[in-house]
Write a protein that binds this ligand. Sequence first.
Ligand code: SAM
Ligand code: SF4
Length: 329
Amino acid sequence: MLRDAYNRTIRDLRISVTDRCNFRCFYCLPNGEPPMARKDTILTFEETAYVADIFVSLGIEKIRLTGGEPLLRKDIATLAAEIAVLKPRLKDLALTTNGFIFPGLADELHSAGVDRVTISLDSLDRDKFIKMTGVDGLEKVFAAIESAKRAGFDPVKVNAAVIRGHNDDEFVEFARFAREFGVSMRFIEFMPLDSGHEWNRDLVVPGREIFETINAVYPLKLRNPDRGSETAWKYVFADGSPGEIGIIAPVTEMFCGACSRIRLTADGQIRTCLFSTTEHDLRGVLRSGVPRAEIARFIESVVLNKEPRHRINDADFVQPSRTMSFIGG
Ligand code: SAM
Ligand code: SF4
């Protein structure tokens, strides 16, 4: 079992399969892709599946494939299938996508063994969507949500990164959308992980405000009062309507004390926190040809150094040099 120095058990691994993206979300990757990492630095499918197996043997139960935009990685369903063979030791295989090219891949990913998908949708208004993501893709994302449901993903989660002055007037519309389409609508506070370094506290909309705005129109009932290591407070609609609301408030309501997550970047670096300022070179260890047991020991020693908490609210906070698109959200 992977346990850190603060007695937190690590069960959740997020794997960024590429740092490339076809969107230009201003809160993530506004200036486009960074210069392409050398291809030979990116883990191959074989390497990723091998280390995933080691992680699972150490107690990882959930793997999420993310990025960048994970669907830009050619034959991503093949990788998903190679990881899905780790079930039932692996309990949950999920994927986060901006949805743009998802409709053509929904069935293939479902058949490959992906259990759950999260699709990002930052605005229900076409012009605002373009302003936030840099792409005229709203209809494509609606189609992605529909195709996810049709392919049998359940629940379908929808993520909105919330930014003051951009989409903070849409909470009730989003809640209506969740009710109408029976999806889990999740709101994420803006975190200082954007490559444009535009983040500032005035752009953060507190999770509490999101809750109160929706609750005033559609009363909500908390579903997970003891949320354990989950990032979201989850609410159902008190009137029994389908759909769910999730609120993820890492900035105003830090949840580091129960964190169960670590991350693997596309170029094979372990990050023990979104806000880590150091990385651990798993790729180097893997490619040095050492036996499997030694790779496992390396992972265990890295986990022992997991940070106790993020420092966003400390006066001396330093934004990590790698951004969300590298780290994997
Ligand atoms: N490209 C895929 C997507 O957009 O769904 C997967 C990767 S993206 C980094 C994963 C999630 O991180 C998205 O839902 C996005 O909204 C969120 N995200 C990115 N930058 C963020 C930031 N600075 N603060 C909060 N959430 C952010
Ligand atoms: Fe791309 Fe996702 Fe970042 Fe948007 S949030 S730029 S879609 S990686």
